[in-house]
Design a protein around this ligand. Structure first.
Ligand code: SAH
Length: 211
């Protein structure tokens, strides 16, 4: 039990009521303390269904969006996953919790956020995440290929290196569109072709591209 156990249970109840049914996702969100990933001044709002500011104009996504994306990512034990945009490290902690002993690699372009994510993951005692500092639009060739790729900053289209680094039958998911509104796109790779679905409108911070 911790100070926010009750609030976390309410969050789970609310997520279920809004259509989140994936047991892996619900279990991970009940276990991982979001309050450990939220800045001190917003702790009391940790379990409200809202996005919260981090540092450097970045945000931790609202719980419903996180749950929805992870449910659509069809995660299971043993998968190898790549995330673009570690931010607070919260999403990384959830994915790790679900796929263990499979592994999660997460790329973050802002140095201060790499440090923040590392510290938060340590506080939450999640210790098998690999955080790489760099431009995630290029993917992470060294550990490719991946069963799942999720990007949590929006891009005008799915970056090609990410498509290349996805395994056959793998799933890639993220917000695609302009800076002020995007569609959540989910694609399955089938024999080098991509079968894509539009899951509806969302708003994310834009992906930065190294020049
Ligand atoms: N998944 C995060 C929230 C991500 S916010 C969480 O759970 O808290 C989007 C993040 O993407 C920001 O931290 C931003 O710095 C990062 N980002 C933007 N462009 C990027 C790029 N090209 N490569 C890696 N990270 C990037």
């Amino acid at each position: 039990m911790d100070k926010y156990s009750r609030a976390r249970k309410f969050m789970i109840k609310d997520l279920k009521a809004r259509g989140i049914y994936d047991k892996n996702v619900l279990r991970a969100m009940e276990k991982i303390r979001r309050d450990l990933f939220v800045p001190r001044s917003y702790k009391e709002s940790s379990y409200e269904d809202t996005a919260l500011p981090l540092i450097k104009n970045q945000t931790i996504s609202q719980p419903y969006t996180v749950a929805y994306m992870l449910q659509e990512l069809e995660l299971n034990k043993g998968l190898k996953v790549l995330e673009i945009g570690a931010g607070s490290g919260y999403n990384a902690a959830l994915i790790t919790e679900i796929v263990r002993p499979g592994r999660l690699y997460t790329i973050e372009i802002v140095k201060e956020l790499v440090k923040l994510a590392k510290n938060n993951l340590k506080k939450a005692k999640v210790n098998n995440v690999r955080i790489i500092e760099g431009d995630g639009s290029k993917g992470y060739e060294k550990e490719a290929k991946y069963d799942r790729i999720i990007f949590t900053a929006s891009a005008p289209e799915i970056p090609k290196p990410l498509k290349d680094q996805l395994k056959d039958t793998g799933i890639i998911l993220g917000p695609v569109g302009g800076d002020y509104g995007q569609s959540m796109i989910k694609c399955k790779k089938i024999k080098k072709e991509f079968d894509c679905q539009n899951l509806g409108g969302f708003i994310f911070v834009p992906m930065k591209f190294e020049v």
